[in-house]
Design a protein around this ligand. Structure first.
Ligand code: PXP
Length: 242
């Protein structure tokens, strides 16, 4: 039987966070992406937030022209960012909920409660040939709704599992496994991400049907000590072992 390996998407937002903290031209986000690719990343993920706190529009445009792998653009469903996506044409868009005051994305989209606006955006991006993924919590109604909205892919929010311990962690991991099985049965491609570290990745890899894990903060933090290529290689090796 042939097994396909789980792909690694490296989120490089926090390379840009370091640059924006001082308003310098370094560290260079494009060079960071090149190093991640050289170290085995299967794709690069960036989140163009409405407040542009880290990644800037110019970063997304430059990455589109320089990446050798896939560009996954995380974004909120708001008109000016949808316009950037249609102009830049990333390989994939992951639609996420966004709150101005949050430190990071706090939960999945409410696909089940979304109106026609989200359906229209999914349709527009699908028609443009951009693969759409909806970032959702591991809840049956959200998976069902993502499918009903016409998204070919979901990204399961792993933050609840990664932040839990003991019996809560066991329950969260079980929810992720069941959600992945449900999504796969509906024909959805299954990605996962948020909060994944070297400590939590092995358990996450027990979730079935995973296509891609999108991992950012822990890799960039680890890079401070071992360098970016080594940090990516370390995580890549874990995924390859799965
Ligand atoms: N996936 C999604 C949808 C996200 O919003 C984020 C954070 O930007 C990530 C993955 C990566 O999360 P982390 O930086 O915690 O690895």
């Amino acid at each position: 039987m042939l097994f396909s390996r789980v792909r690694l998407g490296v989120n490089i937002d926090h390379v840009a966070t370091l640059r924006q903290a001082r308003g310098t031209s370094y560290p260079d986000v494009t060079e960071a992406a090149r190093l991640c690719e050289a170290a085995g990343a299967d794709g690069i993920t960036v989140h163009l937030r409405e407040d542009r706190r880290h990644i800037q529009d110019a970063d997304v445009r430059t990455l589109r022209g320089t990446l050798r792998t896939r560009l996954n653009l995380e974004m909120a469903d708001v008109p000016d960012i949808v316009a950037v996506a249609l102009e830049v044409h990333p390989d994939e868009v992951c639609l996420v909920p966004e709150k101005r005051r949050e430190l990071t994305t706090e939960g999945g989209l409410d696909a089940a409660g979304a109106g026609n606006g989200l359906r229209a955006t999914v349709h527009t991006l699908n028609e443009a040939g951009i693969e759409v993924s909806l970032f959702v919590d591991a809840e049956p109604a959200q998976i069902e709704a993502a499918h009903a909205l016409g998204a070919p892919c979901i990204e399961l929010h792993t933050g609840a599992y990664c932040g839990a311990s003991g019996a809560d962690a066991t329950r969260e991991l079980d929810r992720l496994r069941r959600a992945a099985a449900q999504a796969n049965a509906l024909g959805l491609r299954v990605n996962a991400g948020h909060g994944i570290t070297l400590q939590t990745v092995d358990a996450i890899l027990t979730v079935p049907h995973l296509d891609t894990l999108n991992i950012g903060h822990s890799i960039v933090a680890r890079a401070v000590f071992v360098g970016l290529e080594a940090a990516v290689r370390e995580m890549r090796a874990r995924l390859s072992r799965s």
